[in-house]
Ligand binder design. Sequence first.
Ligand code: SF4
Ligand code: ZN
Ligand code: ZN
Length: 306
Amino acid sequence: MKCNICGNIASIKLDYANLRLCNLHFVNYFKRRIKRTIEKYKLINPGDKILIAVSGGKDSLTLLNILSELREDINFYLEGITIDLGIEEYSNKYIKIVKENYEKFKVEYKIISLKDELGFTISEIIKSMKRRRPCSICGAIKRYMLNKLAYEWGFNKLATGHNLDDLLYILLRSYIRGDYKQALKLYPLLPGNDRLVTRIRPLAEIPESDIILYSRIKGINFLEEKCPYSKGSKGFTYRKLLDMLEQESPSSKLSMLRSFYNIYKPALESYYLKRPIKLKYCKSCGMPTSNEICSVCKIIARVQRG
Ligand code: SF4
Ligand code: ZN
Ligand code: ZN
């Protein structure tokens, strides 16, 4: 098997692109595709102040590596944020790894303790809200905290490491639940307004398998251990289904996402978003919400009541 670019021995086979590549040309191809996503969806402009959410997993650390390399070319400011969720040993492990990577890639960063910010750790919150799925509570809290801090610290963009598989998983889930509002948020760029900071997902068109390859080739040390609360999550089954589909019919993952962007998303928007949604501000914390009190303030009030 020879590399399609240089003719040396190829170590990587990308069926979806019908390419065989050596490590060097895979790395170039990987970076070029992310740059293309950034340009195509106008994710980054010179002068941007970008806060990147880093969790210690392969996706956010790969994005940290790529954005740290691009910041001089495009001329934007980059800073990292990691939330210490207080999930016992698991949090200690990812915090150690993110610190090493921030230093390696020379990116300024802040580690924020959820206990200090909200008064409770994720473990405490999950234990007192037994009936709700841990990841839906944790996900809502993380999104809230990241937006709030990015806004308060004066960043105009918040970057996250969502990859192609993540977006397709959310798309499938929202289709099954009939949750069109969730589906409409699936795009590499989610424009902000006022207290809602613009969110960008530069890895939105990159399959998870490519990110694993890239991080291994580049020697990016990431946490492979899964969060103890991820057990029983349906995500694994959805992802397995998507992988089977891709194996049977290479490039179906990307086609599925592009069809959604080009055909279904505009149709949903013209049907459901005839009038723009008016955001209110939470009466308790002042952050944007569609209700009187935002979901995170409701969660915290419930935990406080015990
Ligand atoms: Fe939070 Fe679930 Fe992720 Fe654990 S797996 S960090 S509970 S979203
Ligand atoms: Zn090559
Ligand atoms: Zn609130």
